[in-house]
Design a binder for this molecule. Sequence first.
Ligand code: FAD
Ligand code: SF4
Length: 450
Amino acid sequence: MARKETGDIAAGRLTSGQLAENFSDVAPPLDRQRALIEASRCHFCYDAPCIQACPTAIDIPGFIRAISTDNLTGAANKILEANIFGGQCARVCPTEILCEGECVRNDPEDKPVEIGALQRYATDWVYERDVQLFTRAAHTGKRIAVVGAGPAGLTCAHALALLGHEVEVFEARAKSGGLNEYGIAEYKVVNFSQREVEWLLSIGGIRLQHGKALGRDIHLSQLRREYDAVFLGLGLGGVNALSLGDAALPGVRDAVDFIAELRQAVDKAAVPVGRRVVVIGGGNTAIDAAVQSKRLGAERVTLVYRRGADAMSATNHEQAFAQAEGVHVIHYAQPVELIARNGVVAGIRFEHTRIEHEKLLGSGEFFEIDADVVLKAIGQVLQADGLSEASVELLRLNKGRIVVDADFATSLAGVYAGGDCVGGKTDLTVQSVADGKHAAAAIHAQLTQA
Ligand SMILES: Cc1cc2nc3c(=O)[nH]c(=O)nc-3n(C[C@H](O)[C@H](O)[C@H](O)COP(=O)(O)OP(=O)(O)OC[C@H]3O[C@@H](n4cnc5c(N)ncnc54)[C@H](O)[C@@H]3O)c2cc1C
Ligand code: SF4
């Protein structure tokens, strides 16, 4: 294999065989026997706490009961009518803090029912056989524009198409799926996101236009004129700056860009990775960037977070996973200076921190870590440039997110929004699906009221 070297950043540190193994399914699917055994562990609780913990309120005991009688179409139907991204969520949901975290079997002598794995078992059955479970209602003659083909946008589009509306989806990137396709670590969603999108679109009534960015190719005022309603599912396309002055230094990059490059690479052996990688941040992006650097062949990966483990937005499970993968985690340290040598990054200087009266303070004690690559994962932000045309009243934003009411209606009449771009809860796939679903119901109510 060709090994391309630039200083200590190199592609092809591992063989193709090692890379294939490292990026294969981290949680392989259940077979029928294991699924039936797992389904038999469910108590089918009345007022099941697992349902309350699911933002999309999937009838979990209901679908598990269907699995236990080998009725996989029925099981998948129960999942997908509540959450059209049920396959993706089965793979990526932090179930340990959602449904499985609330399962009544959750005590030291027992373990929760593996709800996520069972959900995957049922939904995969549908995608593999291309079974279409839903039928569209009669045409309403209404047209809705959806901007952004991520989980929020496509959920909203699917729900509206099902109700008989025509939906046009405008997506800036070349592929649909949002962070399902460009963000979430591949070993969680091996060869899956596009298959799921194709299945979702097979309902009909949804027209997708890729390479169409709001603010560049299309404008909000135009969409409001031409469509009966608009839904914005823009996600958070921008990234916070590191504020260390020299952030344009070669070797320093945004973790989300690195992750997107890796997700889109046909050949992982062609993706360059540092020998010594430092990741700054404490969320999903930081964990995924660190673990994937390690799995690409980086020798030493250090994740540095300015507060303690409890304050990290990555779950305990994700943090433990990163440590088990060999990522060295340092808490209570903040970056203060990038160190350059020969025009490229050579390290980064940190200051130890402490919390006093809930305030983060520098301690005045410093240390340095050598690095060929520094990945910034200090939070994503809304790219608001497409929203602030002079021709429309300004869409109300608060703390960098779009303000919506309980129906996901924005401050502009007929314009709704959901998913990460509205925030307020957790930035999770399942939350974006819930938002898209609720917004679609509100749009439908608005368009069909007498
Ligand atoms: C690295 C990473 C790992 C993650 N891991 C997990 C995980 O394991 N589990 C989990 O539940 N969640 C995870 N998340 C969070 C999850 O991916 C998001 O919460 C979810 O994708 C948000 O969905 P969305 O539809 O709101 O936005 P997105 O998925 O970001 O989709 C927004 C879409 O809008 C498009 N768009 C943006 N601006 C414009 C414009 N101006 N014009 C047209 N189109 C536009 C974008 O190209 C994109 O396709 C992760 C996030 C990241 C970054
Ligand atoms: S809480 Fe656990 S045992 Fe009860 S219905 Fe949900 S999965 Fe089954």
